[in-house]
Design a protein around this ligand. Sequence first.
Ligand SMILES: [Zn+2]
Length: 263
Amino acid sequence: MTNEVWWRLGFFFSILVIMMLLEWRKPARQSPIKSGTRWFANFGLVVLSSVVARLAVPIGLTAVAIYTQQHGIGLFNLIALPNVIAIVLSLILLDILIYWQHRLFHRVPILWRLHRVHHADAHVDTSTGLRFHPIEIVLSILVKLVAVVVLGVPAIAVLIFEIALNGLALFNHANIRLPSAIEKPLRLILMTQILHRIHHSQVVSETNSNYGFSVIWWDKLFGSYKSEAKKTDNDLDIGLIEYPTAKQNASLWSLSMMPFKSK
Ligand SMILES: [Zn+2]
């Protein structure tokens, strides 16, 4: 666990660079806004959110998991399960939790104020996968923290989950279109780029579908799966109609202030 930071950063930057190279060589769609403008806002928000999250919740989730394990707190620390079963169950339960958290952020108006910062992006690329308001990031950490304590999630499962969630968000937001020989079988299990772009459509019924970040199972199970949008992947209108200009949807200041302004 001492190398945790290096594992996380290693995976993060490797996947980020691979996705950006693929987007550069073979972009699926053209951005209506200059990439530099969007990236400054999106990556600026990542830096801001990381700093705010660190200050708001100064303790890491794996440190909490180690503490609960040492003190016998939480379900999996109370019942004797083989380690591998506890890890697999933890990953499944955490993923279902994130699915429902995402759905709740769409359903509850005050939470949607935060989450629309992510959806206001007029283009979807790997940087969109990181674009979340600092308050949404903090709330998400707190939800996971409660889950880690209640379930007694093993520290290694926390680390695997965090790396996977982050990596898959970079993957399924990437502005690429996998060859259909790969995409077709992959979408039977994973949320592919084409499926996730439906979630970023301006059509509300399409935005309120495909909530999963990793597997498609929870959307299938809870009735929110959509295999196709009304328009083709190429013609899909992306973003929020309420924020049509770059000044509204691609400036660090307006993204930071977006939850506090009614629209
Ligand atoms: Zn969403």
